[in-house]
Write a protein that binds this ligand. Structure first.
Ligand SMILES: Nc1ncnc2c1ncn2[C@@H]1O[C@H](COP(=O)(O)OP(=O)(O)OP(=O)(O)O)[C@@H](O)[C@H]1O
Ligand SMILES: [Mg+2]
Length: 481
């Protein structure tokens, strides 16, 4: 016999569910308040499934859920929620609920199926399963408690079709985590597509996201599908979302609210089912307060909020990460000595795991082939100070490679002379990507050289603090000095 518990202050809901599931042969217990719930003897009465309305007049439903899961961890909790409380339902999933259903129940068949599925299947959520998905996503999960909690919560919410906002400093692994969400979700066999909202022009981004019709603008020689269409059943990763212009924000809001959008140059409305995962280096709530980011869009994206801790707060994971990075570089028999790990753990990593990856790659590249043990002395935390083995000091000077850029410019000009078409948007995109790559690399190197002192780093680079922060993506201003 299946024992079902219903917790809802609306008496009619209790009566309805009791009737519906008693007909299917379940034994249904209904309570209408938290005080009635606490009168239940959970040590004697065991439930396989509990349907819980979190909004009870006399108690916070989340604490009631926690109490139930503590006493009956195997009981599957199905949260009943109105649209306005979806965010709380997602909170409940983080706390151990299995699923949620929106009230009022439009489709009774769906309700029955959801309950039956919960009873018959269980998503494998063992640590080994989570670990294997994380490996697949290239995500090392170490010992750090906060990180482990984050991964568990991420796994749970990945099962639900809700938008996710990932925040964290540069290089902390926001993109890797978004891949993990996709792989752990029921959409894993569909496509995962990412777009960087800060790297391309507003018009190019609009056509990337929503597609365009043939002739919609100069250069639109054929119709093109946008990412909301291509990733319609999959996951769309909106990276550096804080950099999206106001116009793009309005369009994103519309598609997130209605699931509808139009290709540029078209009046036909298309629908998308894409799940959106957005990421930002910048604190988006702060950006809302500064009126740089729309509040309504923020709430649409921020249904689930995941914050990745910086590497300096999880230094105990550095050895595991280093081993992963050694293997990723294709080395099988190289080890770091304890002293080497100590040196890495004594550093603050302003560029987080990306910086660690650069340091490991650089160290491995500079070491002799037959060397299997890397010592502290061989680790160069600052790339600029790295003496290249076997080269004279004059060969070590860093020079700006003017020639290749100049050559490229000449090639482009010639190419356009000889044909009557050239894709300027594509070219400017490449220039912008190169600019942001060079900017970031040099800022990170300057921060390494100055041990994280930003004022000093800005001075070395002969730029303002404001520009340094802009390059690190902490500011969305485009009018930097
Ligand atoms: N937990 C992790 N395990 C293994 N590698 C990781 C992990 N987190 C990040 N990395 C590696 O660190 C680098 C940066 O990760 P990622 O691009 O996901 O960071 P990010 O937060 O998106 O950075 P940015 O804000 O600069 O875009 C990548 O090479 C990635 O593979
Ligand atoms: Mg990223």
């Amino acid at each position: 016999m299946i024992n079902l518990l219903v917790i809802d202050d609306e008496k009619e809901v209790g009566t309805f569910l009791s009737h519906l599931f008693s007909m299917k042969g379940y034994k249904v217990e209904v309570v209408n308040s938290s005080s009635e719930f606490f009168q239940l003897d959970l040590s004697r009465q065991s439930f396989q499934i509990a349907m819980i309305d979190l909004r009870l007049p006399d108690c916070d439903g989340l604490s009631l859920l926690q109490h139930l899961k503590k006493h009956q961890p195997h009981c599957k909790a199905l949260i009943m929620t109105g649209y306005s409380t979806v965010k709380t339902a997602v909170e409940a999933i983080k706390l151990g609920a299995s699923d949620y259903i929106e009230k009022p129940f439009d489709d009774i068949n769906l309700l029955e199926t959801q309950v039956e599925q919960l009873l018959s299947t269980s998503v494998p959520s063992s640590q080994a399963f989570i670990q294997s998905l994380a490996n697949e996503a290239g995500l090392v999960v170490g010992k750090n408690h906060a990180m482990n909690k984050l991964i568990d919560a991420t796994f749970k919410v990945s099962q639900k079709n809700v938008n996710v906002l990932i925040e964290g400093e540069t290089g902390t692994g926001k993109e890797v985590l978004s891949r993990f969400i996709h792989l752990a979700s029921p959409r894993s066999h569909e496509s995962f597509i990412g777009v960087n909202c800060g790297a391309i022009s507003e018009s190019l981004l609009e056509s990337e996201l929503f597609g365009h019709e043939k002739g919609a603008f100069t250069g639109a020689t054929q119709q093109r599908k946008g990412l909301f269409e291509i990733a319609s059943n999959g996951t769309l990763f909106l990276d550096e979302i804080a950099d999206a212009s106001q116009a793009i924000q309005v369009k994103l809001l519309r598609v997130l609210e209605t699931r509808e959008f139009m290709r540029v140059g078209s009046v036909q409305t298309l629908r998308t089912n894409a799940r959106v995962v957005a990421a930002s280096n910048e604190n988006l709530q702060q950006a809302v307060l500064q009126k740089k980011f729309r509040e309504d869009l923020f709430y649409r994206l921020n249904v689930v909020h995941l914050e990745i801790p910086p590497l300096r707060d999880r230094k105990e994971d550095i050895p595991l990460l280093v081993n992963h990075l050694i293997q990723r570089n294709g080395y099988t028999s190289v080890n770091f000595t304890d002293g080497a790990y100590e040196k890495l753990q004594n550093y603050d990593w302003p560029g987080n795991i990306r910086e660690l990856a650069n340091v490991v790659t650089r160290t491995l590249t500079l070491t002799d082939d037959e060397n299997t043990e890397i010592t502290a002395d061989e680790i160069i935390l600052s790339a600029v100070a790295a003496p290249l083995k076997g080269k004279s000091s004059s060969e070590q000077t860093i020079s700006i490679p003017k020639d290749p850029l100049e050559q490229w410019r000449e090639t482009l000009v010639k190419e356009f002379e000889q044909s009557d078409k050239i894709n300027l948007d594509d070219i400017l995109l490449q220039v912008k990507q190169l600019e942001s790559l060079i900017g970031r690399e040099l800022v990170l190197q300057a921060l390494q050289k100055t041990y994280g002192n930003r004022t000093e780093a800005a001075r070395c680079l002969q730029i303002s603090m404001r520009k340094l922060r802009y390059i690190l993506n902490e500011k969305t201003n485009t009018t930097h000095t």
